[in-house]
Design a protein around this ligand. Sequence first.
Ligand code: ADP
Length: 588
Amino acid sequence: MHALPASLAALVTDFVRRHARAYVPAAAMLACIALLTVWIPHHVGAMVDGLVAQRLYGAALWRELAWLLAAGVGIYGLRVAWRLRLYGAAYRMGVELREQLYQRLAAQGPRFFQQRRTGDVMALATNDVDAVELAAGEAVLAGFDGTLTLILVVATMVLAVDGRLAAVALLPFPAMALAFWWISRHVHDASRNALERFGHLNDQVQETLTGVRTLRALGLEARSSARFAELAQAAADASLDAQRWEARYEPAVGLTLSAAMVLSLGLGGWLVWHGELSVGQLTSFGLYLGQLIWPMFAAGWVLSLWERGRAAWGRLHAVLAEPLAIDDDGRIAPVTAGALRVDGLRFSYPGATAPALDGVSWTLPAGQTLGLVGPTGAGKSTLLRLLLRQWAPQAGAITWGGVALTDYTLEALRAGIAWVPQEPILFSASVAENIALARPEASRAEIEHAARLAAVHEDITRLPQGYDTPVGERGVTLSGGQRQRVAIARALLADAPLLLLDDALSAVDAQTEHDILQHLREQRRGRTVLIVSHRLSAVMDADAIAVLRHGHLSEWGTHAELLARGTAASWYAQQWRIQQLEASLHDD
Ligand code: ADP
């Protein structure tokens, strides 16, 4: 990826350069339009003089009128053509920016998403990209067109009509430039505010839709609607404010041109009176002045598009330039599935007062299963996230097969790990496609095999369309336990050398959990497994059990070893006792 331009001007310049093949012909057509536009008043002036002198009549008059008509049609055709040419290029800019944004978002770690709200990020990909696109397309060519027309018209006024008249007529223009500068500053601030407000509104919509069931269950619809109305009003007010500032361009143009008209008619009349100017020349001059309306409007329009674009690019740039939380500098791929070694690991979440992990060390030989237990908030999930390199530890290192995790490419590392989070996500696709996420080419037999191992096959066959039933946001809603088992089937099908189960069976009953773990043991084929669980029965058969407490490794050993320490010395032994007791109470 090429360097990210900091300013909108640099971004647009770079884009125009790369798409010169679209911009140059469009600019050439605009130049032709400008020339024709300037030629028309000149021609009309000459015709007026011809008519006044009674030189122009009959066929010659018709011919001159036909030329005028041809020029008008020509301008129309060229205007259509340049817009078609340009829009192709400007849309390309939108596509490029959205791709860039998407790739960046996909590469960002949890830290990024923790600090930003989803709806706002979505607004960036729509509203803000649109604003930048308009600046790169419309604004650039309208700016070019306006400037060219302005230069041609003023030059013709001076050279073909009268320099003195032009100088006097242009007197009010510096005042207009000053007004434009002042307005554009406000447009920038107001646009930025409007984009931000829209982001907030978008965020509220996203959050409400995601949590609509909870809102309803808690009877919070009214409060949520009121909040929405408030944000919608704020977004509308902010847009209106931006519009209000933009609306000031037009009157400024009108005032300036009226003043110019008064001045030039005064001086022009005097000049005609003294025979220094023909009536036709004064007519042309008046028409030329009228033609300055477009460059002036263009200036106002370009300024507001540009300021909107600048505000949007500022927001987009902040996201695109945000450094990736995780470096992908490693070169080794694929992973070497050997012993998993954790050495002096320390990690704190941003802004946290106490570290989530502090000085954790252990070694797990390849192909073994480790049970990771401990009270809530002890750092179990955090440890898995560090293994996945979603976050980077502040101290210590993890090696796998003798290679530091950071030396693997991120892609290879993540392909080497199958991770089942506690609340897995199912995408809007069929159950079969959801299971085959990591291996889309897997056969139906392989998918079913994985589903059987995850003890979810029976459940799936009972769905309306079996394996082809759509699930996810737009499909059948599966229960928490079913979702977890589908996710386990997905992880088993991926067949990665390291399997991480993050309390992945919490919504499954004890017997089913037992069956799944039994299948896992039978099929493990040298796979290393880390099981985080609240239920100790899930880890009792593990080769080793690690107890984490407050980010420290407090116990390490097999089930039997830990129990042998007694309930006074071992958290594990104590918990085991409690859970056994609970289980026997349930059985009664
Ligand atoms: P466990 O999985 O053992 O229940 P976690 O690893 O989820 O514990 O959490 C360890 C500690 O880190 C807890 O104190 C928790 O509040 C904190 N924590 C977890 N995730 C985040 C996060 N994304 N940002 C800040 N703090 C977090």
